[in-house]
Design a protein around this ligand. Structure first.
Ligand SMILES: Cc1ncc(COP(=O)(O)O)c(C=O)c1O
Length: 380
């Protein structure tokens, strides 16, 4: 994390709320991912934080990209606009996956000329892709256990493993090519068994598909879910990587390309928020602080991401349990009912580390308060 005195200086200079993105940390996280998972190509899940500056840094550092909407596709495409035609097309084939299993017809039409790899998980989607994006390659998303993940995704997406090969056959009958299988074990998965079970399920489907002569599949996409070190309880990434490497090497031959879609892991630790105390009251004996950022803004992850972000003070002093509220008139705008904070005055600054993922990305303009200003440091 950026040194506290530097954070404070930046906040004084640029005002608050200030969302500071450390690009050195982005590059470090990507390098760590590649170092411990040498067989896996990371496709940054742009939804975690679509800030073009973040996408640019990861692009320059050699990342690939998972996009899940047309605007996200456009954010990435801007970087390759000036490449010669062949290089541009190769980038789209090799380094972009459109990983939203449900796509509107007009999105498919816009995607079709780029012949991208897209995920699907049901029969209706195959019919849509055949009609509106017949030049796309397909990747079947299967449903896998999301047990214990902070954000479960399996209730919304994923074909049942039992119908997977029928769905592959159906795509082929419709003149489409299925290139591989993908899954998502749920975001912030600290239960590494989810990955083990998912890789086993995918290997079983690969085997059955081969028996039924679908031999063109050559990729496995192990999705996102890699946990950010929000607290000391999250086991080191190195440990998860060791398990993944063992299972992948055991069950998938070397010629199968392995990709992943890390979002949170790459950006969470790169973002720090600095906010200011704008109000203070004692209510029923409890100290309440009102700060100029809340759950409709950078702390939106409290609602959408089921995440808790600690609020810390720069100031030292005897601490007491305090509530921290956002600036809007809604009582839902509660950052935390229990933070250990010293006595703070109006204008004092507080900070929250590790807020880079699913926070600023889902910030709104509710109640007239704009999203926090984003400030990028250590850009290459
Ligand atoms: C299809 C897909 N891929 C990747 C991700 C990124 O997941 P994470 O941030 O847990 O790595 C998500 C998150 O929702 C997703 O839906």
């Amino acid at each position: 994390m950026i040194a506290l005195n530097k954070l404070k200086k930046l906040a004084k200079e640029h005002g608050t709320p200030l969302f500071v993105v450390d690009h050195k940390e982005l590059r470090r996280n990507l390098a760590e991912f590649k170092r411990y998972l040498p067989r896996v190509q990371p496709y940054y899940a742009v939804k975690a934080n679509p800030d073009p500056a973040i996408v640019r840094t990861l692009y320059k550092a050699g990342a690939s990209f998972d996009v899940a909407s047309w605007p996200e596709f456009e954010i990435v495409r801007r970087h390759i606009e000036d490449l010669p035609e062949k290089q541009r097309q190769d980038f789209i084939w090799d380094k972009i996956i459109y990983a939203n299993p449900i796509k509107a017809n007009d999105t498919l039409m816009k995607l079709d000329p780029y012949k991208p790899l897209v995920t699907y998980d049901n029969y209706e989607e195959v019919k849509k892709i055949r009609r509106y994006a017949p030049r796309a390659g397909l990747c079947l998303r299967i449903k896998v256990p999301n047990t214990g993940a902070m954000v479960e995704l399996s209730s919304k997406f994923g074909a049942n493993p039992g119908e997977a090969v029928d769905l592959i056959a159906f795509a082929h009958q419709n003149g489409l090519i299925v290139e591989g299988i993908s899954f998502h074990v749920g975001s912030q998965t600290t239960n590494f068994q989810n990955y083990v079970q998912a890789i086993h399920l995918a290997a079983g489907i690969y085997k059955e598909a081969r028996l039924r002569r679908f031999v063109k599949m050559n990729l496995l996409d192990i999705g996102g879910g890699f946990p950010a070190p929000y607290d000391g309880k999250v086991k080191p990434f190195k440990e998860l990587a060791k398990t993944l490497n063992t299972e992948i090497d055991r069950l998938f031959p070397k010629n199968i390309e392995i990709l992943a879609e890390p979002g949170r892991f790459l950006v969470a630790t790169a973002g720090t928020l600095v906010a200011a105390v704008v109000g203070k009251a004692d209510r029923d004996g409890k100290r309440c602080y009102y700060i100029n950022d809340g759950v409709y803004h950078t702390f939106s992850g409290v609602i959408f991401d089921h995440c808790h972000y600690p609020v810390r003070a720069f100031k030292k002093g005897p601490a007491r349990i305090s509530a921290v509220f956002g600036p809007t008139c809604d009582a839902l705008d509660t950052v935390s009912l229990s933070e250990s904070l010293p006595d703070l005055g109006l204008g004092d600054l507080v900070y929250s580390p590790n807020v880079g993922a699913y926070s600023h990305a889902s910030s709104t303009w509710f109640n007239g308060f704009p999203p926090a200003k984003a400030l990028h440091v250590n850009e290459a």
